[in-house]
Design a protein around this ligand. Structure first.
Ligand code: HEC
Length: 165
């Protein structure tokens, strides 16, 4: 299982374009796919973006570490993308908050995911420069890219996520 998942990720890395970002689905059942993608989504803020936000406020000047966090976040996002397997929406897995638009407007969903990865990679570059103003500007773009799919508060909905009831 883990092996097939890794090869799907490797394949996606090879393909690499926005159109293909979610085309190499992880070989995993719907309930497991939901569990794994929600785990990744929940890890984004505490594991990766918190450090970037602190750098944007001038509170974290370990720029090499911030750049590494950006790279880690992009990898995590690519994995999450592969876990939105067809048939794993809210209808099939009630605890999922994934909206049907993920699959009916797949090009838009892929574009929203790609946009966040692009802005996150640009954060990596901004961090390497050590320019706090650039980091701050980049952090604001990341916030907008998250909002391409859903709002900031955990319970909020959005274009691709159902509001938590
Ligand atoms: C490409 C679309 C997309 C982008 C961009 C995106 N998310 Fe998500 N996110 C989702 C979807 C869809 C779900 C719901 C998944 C499910 O329940 O199956 C979700 C769920 C979550 C959850 C889980 C909430 C819970 O408790 O169930 C968190 C936390 C989260 N996202 C954080 C973030 C953060 C932080 C960012 C930006 C750094 C981000 N997301 C960007 C699509 C996205």
């Amino acid at each position: 299982m883990i092996f097939r998942f890794i090869s799907a990720v490797a394949l996606a890395a090879l393909l690499g374009t926005s159109e293909n970002i979610t085309s190499s689905w992880a070989q995993t059942g719907p309930a497991q796919a939901v569990k794994e993608r929600v785990q990744i989504m929940k890890s984004l803020w505490p594991e990766y973006y918190l450090d970037m936000s602190r750098a944007a406020r001038g509170e974290n000047t370990d720029f090499a570490a911030v750049s590494a966090k950006a790279a880690g976040a992009s990898e995590a996002l690519k994995k999450a993308g592969l876990l939105f397997t067809p048939g794993s929406g809210h209808d099939a897995v009630p605890e999922s908050r994934a909206k049907p638009e993920i699959w009916s407007q797949k090009a838009e969903f892929d574009a929203a995911l790609s946009a966040l990865i692009t802005e996150t990679n640009a954060m990596g570059e901004a961090a390497k420069s050590g320019n706090v103003e650039a980091i701050k500007a980049q952090y604001a773009k990341i916030g907008k890219a998250c909002a391409g799919c859903h709002g900031g508060p955990t319970k909020s909905g959005g274009k691709f996520r159902l509001e938590e009831l």
